[in-house]
Design a protein around this ligand. Structure first.
Ligand code: HEC
Length: 501
């Protein structure tokens, strides 16, 4: 497995730039020295990150190699990251950029001891009031991620004002998740930092670094456990939800012992369990969270590797895309069998699809990352009922039980400033909005009652725009720095129809 990973990385390097593949041993040696002389103070001796983010191949995988080179040369505005163009020659900058894309000589490790040593308690819950210390409706708060400058805003969902704003760790990853009563929010960052925040007292409670590269986290139905899924090291980390202390470190090993990365973890409340997708072995895991869990995975065989998935409304089935991406597979979680295949031609982003009732039946709609269409599936027969052409490939779809529309962004291509509203009954596009022409409009979340919704303008000089969900009139515009995601406490803890899981 390790060999395969290395091979893949080598291939990537070769494709990315001829120069990279031909870099001499001496140049790499120089790059390693330059790193230690110029960069490790902020990015860590082992590139695990410190005040600056981790710089491992896994950490940089979402950025284009040219951008990595550009950041090193020019820095990032309004951050500690200065440019090195005047300090190092072009050739040495090239070599550094290449060096960062290679795995370290000694494979990175992050043990249970490392995790424990990273734990910090910032406030004692026992001494804080157990009722909301603000006058906003605690179930209509929004947690907003400002990805541009790595901050979190807590927004009053009735008055649309910011109650609190605090720095997050670098690059929040996956949606923040809530305790069942809505008091606590759990936030994961790309580099593995998990934060616990008290929405009643507007205070950080605890932090811990659960891994070096994290996908996302989930909170158990009873609110006792937090499960973190990691790429690096490939494992699951169970934390005590009260203070984030380490409970269990579970390596992600397939039935035959081969190691895997974890694609995603979700909680399935009606099953009182966690569902885990593995990226490098063809298995789905179910971990019971009932009573005193033994954390032994129930292994379900999958037809292909699982990248992204969603549940049926009753959590009996799982809809998954896979690497082959020529379609989806439906796995029955009770019998553990693959029950159906779905024709989905355009690389669906199932994790952000949504479902609703139409003519008394459940339908599921998902955007596609490689094609400008929305696929609508009947959740009983798993048949594709409609493909709705859109202005371009989308990323997020959201709705609310009280809204007649499913809101879908056009994330990719020249029309990425458009938002398209699909009539949930006719399955036709009813409206196309362009909130800020020329700027990406994306990711919608409704207020708890569904009367209003918040939409992001995904730019450093972006905004959060509040719309009336029926009249479609703009109510308010709050300037924000790349407000990537927003999460309504009430909708999330009720696992409401139309929101993401
Ligand atoms: C004074 C601290 C500091 C030093 C020294 C420093 N960096 Fe950074 N670096 C940062 C911070 C902070 C960021 C995050 C900036 C942001 O908010 O996007 C960053 C971001 C980066 C990124 C982008 C990472 C990402 O995932 O977006 C790269 C690449 C990078 N630095 C490489 C380097 C290299 C190579 C050196 C040495 C030549 C270096 N840095 C030196 C603080 C530093």
């Amino acid at each position: 497995m390790k060999r395969r990973l290395l091979l893949t990385l080598a291939c990537l390097g070769a494709v990315q730039g001829g120069a990279a593949a031909s870099l001499s041993g001496a140049a790499l040696e120089q790059a390693a020295q330059d790193y230690q002389a110029q960069c490790q103070g902020c990015h860590g001796v082992q590139r695990f990150g410190a005040s600056g983010p981790a710089l491992l191949p896994e950490s940089l995988s979402r950025i284009k190699p040219a951008e990595v080179r550009e950041v090193i040369a020019k820095g990032r505005p309004a951050s500690q990251m200065a440019g090195y163009a005047g300090v190092l020659s072009d050739a040495r900058l090239d070599a550094l950029a290449d060096y960062l894309q290679r795995p370290p000589a000694t494979p990175p490790s992050w043990s249970s001891e490392d995790i424990r040593a990273s734990h910090s308690l910032l406030n004692d819950i026992g001494r804080l009031p157990a009722t909301p210390q603000h006058n906003a409706d605690p179930l209509n708060l929004f947690v907003v991620v400002e990805a541009g400058d790595h901050h979190i805003d807590i927004l009053d969902g009735d008055r649309f004002t910011v109650l609190a704003r605090f720095a997050s760790h670098f690059a929040v990853h996956g949606g923040p998740k809530f305790s069942p009563d809505g008091r606590f929010v759990y936030i994961a960052s790309r580099d593995g930092w998990i934060s616990l925040y008290d929405l009643y007292n507007l205070k950080l409670i605890a932090e811990i670094r659960a891994g070096l590269n994290t996908r996302n986290l989930a909170v158990s139905k009873d609110g006792r456990w937090v499960l973190v899924g990691n790429y690096l090291p490939g494992n699951l980390i169970v934390l005590d939800a009260r203070d984030l202390s380490l409970v269990r470190n579970i390596p992600a090993l397939g039935q035959d012992g081969s190691p895997s990365r974890v694609s995603a973890v979700y909680t399935a409340p009606p099953r009182d369990s966690f569902i885990v997708a593995l990226k490098d072995v063809k298995e789905v895991w179910e971990l019971s969270s009932r009573d005193t869990p033994d954390w032994q995975p129930r292994r379900i065989h999958a037809e292909d590797y699982l990248d992204d998935f969603s549940f049926s409304p009753d959590y009996h089935q799982l809809l998954a895309t896979s690497r082959k991406a020529e379609g989806g597979q439906v796995i029955d979680l009770d019998s553990g069998r693959a029950v159906s295949e779905i024709a989905l031609p355009g690389m669906p982003h199932l994790g952000s699809g949504t479902y609703w009732q139409r003519n008394g039946r459940w339908v599921f709609a998902t955007p596609n990352i490689s094609k400008g269409l929305i696929s609508v599936i009947d959740l009983e027969t798993w048949k594709l009922i409609k493909e709705i052409p859109t202005l371009g490939p989308g990323f997020f779809m959201r709705s609310h039980i009280n809204s007649p529309y499913a809101w879908s962004d056009v994330f990719f291509g020249p029309d990425n400033d458009a938002i398209q509203l699909i009539d949930k009954q006719t399955l036709e596009i009813a409206h196309t909005l362009r909130p800020m022409p020329g700027k990406t409009a994306a990711h919608v979340e409704f207020t708890h009652d569904g009367r209003y919704l918040l939409l992001s303008i995904w730019a450093s000089d972006g905004a959060l725009i509040v719309y009336d969900s029926h009249s479609l009139k703009e109510i308010k515009r709050i300037p924000m720095n790349k407000p990537s995601g927003k999460y309504n406490v009430g909708n999330k803890i009720e696992f409401a129809e139309g929101t993401s899981h």
